[in-house]
Design a protein around this ligand. Structure first.
Ligand code: NAI
Length: 250
């Protein structure tokens, strides 16, 4: 019960990494509100955790953030963990990516974190000790020709995390902010970037790029979120946690 007494809002938690994090956090005594743009799937996810609520939240929408933070705060009597997890990837080089794809990636992957931190900081402050965990990517540090927008957005999340951490340290005592940087994780997002192959073939191909010889599971990421959400990491803020199977060590 490493998160007993914690109250978390997780974005993009209907499936994938967000759902894996919500599940492990709940197992560790955390009250969790699952949010996603896909409400039916978020409801199914919340039912699978039993005793936890779901709220519709499009992370690119400022008004939706205000409503979701209010509602989650009422449901749980405060919020002291915010996991900014929702994200998309639209592959494309700087030459072939159209402007709409660029803007969409920036909005969902980067602007969302700005909106979420802005909306939640006053509530987190009242429920401190509190922690913001931003799911960035190893793509914030290692570029691919075909991930122009994703690389740029996740690099933005990396640095925004540090700015939020420094601001919170000064203006919201007890509120921390850190980022997590996974390499490939076994979710639907992997199928989007490698959809030309059979899913198992593409996973094996990706695994060959990782020194540890496999891609990550959602639980690999969830354990890091549990640590950063808990008071175990109380001296950690403005930091990045790489979960990349050794890729960035090469
Ligand atoms: P996923 O595609 O399995 O799940 C993403 C979730 O976000 C979905 O439930 C989707 O409905 C939701 N979502 C999308 N747009 C949204 C919006 N505007 N508002 C609210 N919710 C929205 O993806 P996955 O793999 O679980 O990714 C989660 C996070 O982890 C993302 O930020 C991603 O960039 C990051 N990540 C993923 C890696 C991977 O290999 N799967 C590697 C490194 C980072």
């Amino acid at each position: 019960m490493r998160l007993a007494g914690k109250k978390a809002l997780v974005t993009g938690a209907a499936r994938g990494i967000g759902l894996g994090c919500a599940r492990l956090m709940a197992q560790h005594g955390c009250d969790v509100v699952i949010t996603d743009i896909d409400l039916p799937e978020a409801n199914r996810a919340a039912e699978s955790l039993s005793g936890h609520a779901a709220i519709k939240l499009d992370v690119t929408d400022r008004q939706a953030w205000t409503c979701a933070v209010d509602k989650a705060s009422q449901l749980m009597d405060g919020i002291n963990v915010l996991v900014n997890n929702a994200g998309i990837i639209i592959p494309g080089t700087v030459e072939d990516l159209d402007e709409a794809a660029w803007d969409r990636t920036m909005n969902v992957d980067l602007k969302s974190v700005y909106l979420g931190c802005q909306a939640a900081l006053p509530v987190l402050s009242r429920s401190a000790p509190a922690s913001i965990v931003n799911i960035a990517s190893i793509s914030s540090m290692i570029a691919s020709a075909n991930f122009a927008a994703y690389n740029a957005a996740k690099a933005g999340v990396h640095m925004l995390t540090k700015s939020v951490a420094l601001h919170a340290a000064r203006s919201h005592p007890g509120v921390r902010c850190n980022s997590i940087h996974p390499a490939f994780v076994d979710t639907g997002m992997v199928d989007q970037v490698a959809n030309k192959d059979d899913p198992q073939v593409s996973r094996r191909k990706l695994a060959r790029q990782i020194p540890l010889g496999r891609i990550a599971t959602v639980e690999d990421v969830a354990w890091a979120v549990v640590y950063l959400a808990s008071n175990e990491s109380s001296f950690m803020t403005g930091s990045e946690l790489k979960l990349d199977g050794g890729v960035s060590a090469m």
